[in-house]
Design a protein. Structure first.
Length: 423
């Protein structure tokens, strides 16, 4: 029996869990050598989805995203590795389209440096739409992923080392996940004098594990916050900032889509007295404690994949906010950021620095999201936001996410340090 995720594909008939036996595939003896050289695997942290070698000439791989719960936005994430293909060979990826898809996907030859493939085309195979992408190999082993991966590996190797020795910055073991993994949190305590007015800011990403871009934006924002940029220094003088780069560590490391998990995902069930998820229970407790001290002034939950145009906030309509101060503070922050409401023309363009917002009237089925819970149950002056980072666009690279992060960070600093926020 082969490993649950490791496949040496001899035919497109082999599924995600297979026993290699006499009747498992159909091939002629002359093909055995060709097929046995090619290995597809998702057996590594963040690996997910189902991959099948469908043809050898040309090499064609079918990709079916991980299905968390009954398709739709539950069926998005995939990440796999291929080895045994000779350099300069052309391979074809047929990626099942689904609700969330990208015309370009990420690839890497060393699992460190990532780039975007060429744009694919939408094709139809037996009534199912796929994004078909052609790629010329430049090595014998390659990884492909739905989006630029952000795992515990990236957090521990690329961000946490940069925080060592930074004054008033602490990395803590926040809690343990349902499957026993440690969730990390970053605490930036204000560097000012006791007499300085203090604010509390909460930033978190990856309540939906497939939204990898959200962690990258928060990663780059954290780097900016500890930098010597004057605006970053000014914000850190007056604000305590808590950062959760990866909320749903289990789904990220297990390569699952995460959204719409049963009984609900990490962005739902907040109205429950006790959440199904330990991460949410700890967060609600800490937010309540901050609120009791009037030290929760901004809450941003970073999500994706956005709308393939600009980063934007999902916010409640004005009447769904609890107080006039909340409404005033939110509008003042949007004014500082230069955020605007979408219109027909702006939704057709793309950027990483121009922010927009979309007002929603909250109905019963999403009253228990993190955004709404914070707005209704914490301080009367809080700015509670859901940010959709724009994944899946040609600009959605590490450089693009950095632009988005710094634009947001500078606006947060100006808003608080220049006295716009009403307590």
């Amino acid at each position: 029996m082969i490993n649950r995720r490791l496949f040496v594909k001899l035919s497109g008939t082999i599924g995600a869990v297979s026993i290699i036996g006499a009747n498992a595939y159909c091939f002629s003896s002359k093909n055995v050598g060709q097929y046995s050289k090619i290995k597809l695997t998702t057996e590594f942290p963040n690996g997910g989805g189902e991959v099948l070698l469908k043809k050898m000439d040309p090499i064609t791989i079918q990709v079916v995203p991980h299905n968390q719960n009954d398709g739709g936005w539950s069926k998005i994430w995939w990440h796999f590795q291929v080895e045994g293909i000779s350099p300069n060979e052309n391979i074809i990826l047929n990626i099942e389209k689904g609700s969330g898809f990208a015309e370009q996907v990420f690839y890497s030859y060393d699992d460190e440096n990532w780039a975007l493939t060429n744009s694919g085309n939408i094709i139809d195979i037996d009534g199912i739409e796929y994004v078909q992408i052609h790629h010329v190999m430049r090595g014998e082993k390659i990884s492909f992923a739905y989006d630029l991966p952000y795992r515990m590996k990236e957090l521990e190797s690329k961000l946490l080392p940069q925080l060592q020795g930074v004054p008033r910055v602490k990395v803590v073991d926040y809690c343990k996940s349902s499957h026993g993994r440690v969730v990390k949190a970053i605490q930036l305590k204000n560097t000012g004098k006791k007499s300085d007015r203090k604010y509390g800011i909460w930033l978190q990403a990856r309540a939906h594990s497939f939204e990898a871009g959200s962690s990258w934006v928060l990663h780059e924002l954290t780097k900016w916050l500890i930098s010597n940029d004057l605006l970053a220094l000014q914000l850190r003088e007056i604000a305590d900032i808590t950062i959760l780069p990866i909320v749903d560590v289990d789904a990220v490391e297990e390569g699952r889509t995460g959204k719409n998990q049963k009984p609900y995902d990490h962005n739902r069930g907040w109205s429950e007295a006790k959440s199904h998820w330990p991460e949410v229970n700890v967060t609600k407790s800490k937010l309540n404690k901050m609120s009791s001290k009037e030290m929760l002034d901004m809450f941003i939950d970073f999500h994706g994949p956005g709308n393939k145009s600009h980063p934007y906030f999902i916010i409640a309509v004005d009447k769904n906010l609890k107080t006039d101060i909340q409404r005033t503070n939110r509008q003042k922050f949007f004014d500082v950021l230069g955020a605007r409401s979408f219109d027909e023309n702006t939704s057709k363009t793309q950027s990483m620095h121009q922010f927009f917002y979309s007002k929603r009237e909250w109905k019963s089925q999403n009253h228990d999201s993190s955004n709404m819970w914070v707005g209704q149950n914490t301080t009367n002056n809080v700015i509670n936001l859901t940010l959709e980072v724009n994944m899946g666009t040609p600009l959605s690279t590490l450089d693009g996410y950095q632009v988005e992060a710094i634009t947001l960070g500078k606006a947060i600093s100006k808003y608080f340090s220049q006295g716009f926020h009403l307590k």
